[in-house]
Design a protein around this ligand. Structure first.
Ligand code: APR
Length: 263
């Protein structure tokens, strides 16, 4: 795509945002790869290094080796702890500052939208958050970094300090249902927005991937920013094939040239 073409698409996307009243952003792992966190399905992604089957609730409960594998993943995934928001996260936080953003619906568990400045009560985390471990017996919660230190020092999977129960990351495993209230609020927001912006998701995992369908069903426009094809490209009003950071920064620059959004 020529520079002129990509600039024209960026300006078109900015005009869609300027014209919208209720913008919802829907993100996947692709919005965090520029923060150093691999996504799942790109070459070299997490599912090429770990077996998704090991991340079912059934396996977690039934096998100590799987639990140890998951702690290793978490420890590897300790990259979450060092990760910082990138320019795409900052652009999304800017949209909220401009009073344009109803909410961010994210499949990510890395807490980077909140760190970038989006209000926590406007970030719907469909798959939970890596900040906490939860005891499956007494539901006591523990900060993940503290638990990872214990795992690193002892090599053993930490148990609940209160009741000795199994600790599980406060994230949704395959076979687990999504947090019902969060999912309801996310679906309602998608069904009431007039522009849904999808950033960095292959849109293949349900029920999260119903979000763009609810938005389109309610008459919203759909803008997709993704490096590769997604399952919803054909129903999008505009698809920008590119890096989340570069594209979202370009869109913010275009909106500023238009005089920002508060104007
Ligand atoms: N800019 C734009 N797009 C990107 C970037 C980037 N910097 N990096 C990766 N992408 C795109 C990839 O091309 C891919 O299409 O982001 C998409 C990420 O897709 P997945 O790896 O499938 O991640 P996601 O859609 O979030 O997966 C959904 O699947 O395994 C479960 O629970 C897991 O929440 C996850 C869910």
């Amino acid at each position: 795509m020529s520079d002129a073409d990509s600039k024209a698409m960026i300006d078109r996307a900015a005009a869609m945002i300027a014209a919208a009243e209720r913008v919802v952003v829907f993100t996947g792992a692709g919005v965090s790869t520029e923060s150093g966190i691999p996504d799942f399905r790109s070459p070299g992604g997490l599912w090429s290094r770990f077996d998704p089957e090991d991340f079912t609730l059934e396996r977690f409960l039934s096998s100590p080796e799987t639990r140890k594998k998951q702690w290793t993943f978490l420890f590897e995934g300790g990259i979450f702890a060092q990760a910082r928001p990138n320019s795409a996260h900052r652009a999304i936080a800017w949209l909220e500052e401009q009073g344009k953003l109803v909410c961010v619906i994210t499949q990510n568990i890395d807490n980077l939208h909140q760190q970038a400045g989006n209000s926590p009560d406007r970030v719907y985390e469909l798959h939970g958050n890596m900040k906490w471990m939860k005891c499956l017996e007494c539901f006591e919660r523990y900060p993940l970094p503290e638990m990872l230190t214990r795992f690193r020092e002892s090599g053993d999977v930490p148990e609940c300090g209160r009741c000795g129960g199994l600790l599980k990351p406060d994230v949704v495993f395959f076979g687990e249902s999504l947090p019902p209230q969060t999912l309801k609020e996310a679906n309602d927001a998608a069904g009431n927005c007039d522009l849904l912006i999808v950033i960095g998701s292959s849109l293949v995992v349900y029920p999260a991937a119903y979000i763009p369908m609810y938005a389109k069903g309610a008459g919203a426009k759909l803008l997709i920013v993704n490096k590769t094809e997604t399952a919803y490209d054909t129903s999008a009003d505009l698809v920008i094939r590119g890096g989340a950071g570069e594209v979202m920064t370009g869109i913010v620059a275009s909106l500023r040239r238009m005089g920002g959004l508060c104007a």
